[in-house]
Design a protein around this ligand. Structure first.
Ligand code: SF4
Length: 328
């Protein structure tokens, strides 16, 4: 049985080889799209797309040196650093996102890792957002096992921590923490019983082989992340954006398709970069198995299409927002 056919089986595989993943990337485009769409249909309604809204609850001033990020102190982008938002301000944003149609509310803070006193406020935010009937996700940097347990106790549904790129390209992107640090946080999150949101960024000057390595690293985690955000590099004035040529839209779509085939039960999120994509490219991404988007005008500090534009796009494509039933 060949690799894509095996992917149709119910149990997701964590034993993908790089050769198998490279072979998927190398398929003729129509064949790759067909296989990805077939896997998508085996596990999801392909007309439904999950919608998440992401806000920055603490912006800028981050001591990490991620080369793609406008919030790092290493990348002087002129972004103004802010303090942690008040709980009530965050809940007002969550209410507005819910009323605009988002089912998940994601809160990001530009920290290397949260301090315990900050975690108290974040736990209050999580509890408040849950009480609004939304799923919750936070991204706060590296976590210890006790911190993950506290977030779980507050009712956190998802923790986002991206591996960003292939292990062998990682040193070109970040030097202030290691790949293993990332994996350790993911393990702490998993151990606490929180769903994992973990993906990467493409178009950072990595090779095609590095994109194989990124998908391989994600698809061989012992349990696949429940959410897999695939981001296209955007923004300006960061080392990554100044040295990288834009990845072609078709190569981006291929990355989505291979993520869908190798992680058949995960939500594959079309994340940063939609603002620069045509409706047609986004439609190809949905056909390739993307079934989640960020919804709302900003992703932390990155522009994103307006909710009304997304509603119009969904209407044109015959897509609908995936229903979320609290407690289901
Ligand atoms: S990506 Fe996150 S950890 Fe890296 S510099 Fe930006 S805010 Fe800090």
């Amino acid at each position: 049985m060949n690799a894509p056919a095996r992917a149709l089986h119910d149990t997701p595989r964590s034993d993908w080889t790089r050769e198998e993943i490279a072979a998927l990337f190398a398929l003729p485009f129509p064949e790759l799209m067909f296989r990805a769409a077939t896997v998508h249909r085996a596990h999801f309604d392909p007309t439904q797309v999950q919608t998440s809204t992401l806000i920055s609850i603490k912006t800028g001033g981050c001591p990490e040196d991620c080369s793609y990020c406008t919030q790092s102190v290493s990348n002087p982008t002129g972004l103004k650093a802010t303090k942690l938002m008040q709980v009530e301000e965050v809940l007002a944003e969550a209410r507005a996102a819910r009323d605009a149609g988002a089912s998940r509310f994601c809160m990001g803070a530009a920290w290397r890792n949260p301090k315990d006193k900050d975690l108290d406020a974040v736990c209050d935010m999580v509890e408040g957002v849950k009480a609004l009937g939304m799923e919750t996700c936070v991204t706060l940097g590296m976590l210890t096992a006790p911190q993950a347990a506290r977030l779980k106790q507050a009712g956190l549904d998802y923790y986002n921590h991206n591996i960003d790129t292939a292990p062998e390209y990682y040193r070109h992107v970040i030097t202030t923490r290691t790949y293993q640090d990332r994996l350790d946080t993911l393990e702490a999150v998993r151990e606490a019983g929180i769903n994992v949101c973990c993906g990467g960024i493409v178009g950072m000057g990595e090779s095609a082989e590095d994109r194989v390595g990124l998908i391989h690293a994600l698809a061989t985690l012992p349990i696949h992340p429940e959410s897999v955000p695939i981001n296209a590099l955007v923004g300006s004035n960061t080392p990554a954006t100044e040295t990288s040529a834009k990845l072609s839209d078709l190569d981006f779509v291929r990355t989505i398709a291979v993520a869908r085939i190798t992680m058949p039960r995960s939500m594959v999120r079309l994340s940063a970069g939609r603002e620069d994509m045509s409706d047609e490219t986004q439609a190809l991404c949905f056909m390739a198995g993307a079934n989640s988007i960020f919804y709302g005008p900003k992703l932390l500090t990155t522009p994103n299409p307006l909710a009304d534009e997304d509603k119009a796009l969904f209407a044109r494509l015959g897509l609908s927002a995936m229903p979320y039933t609290p407690g289901a």
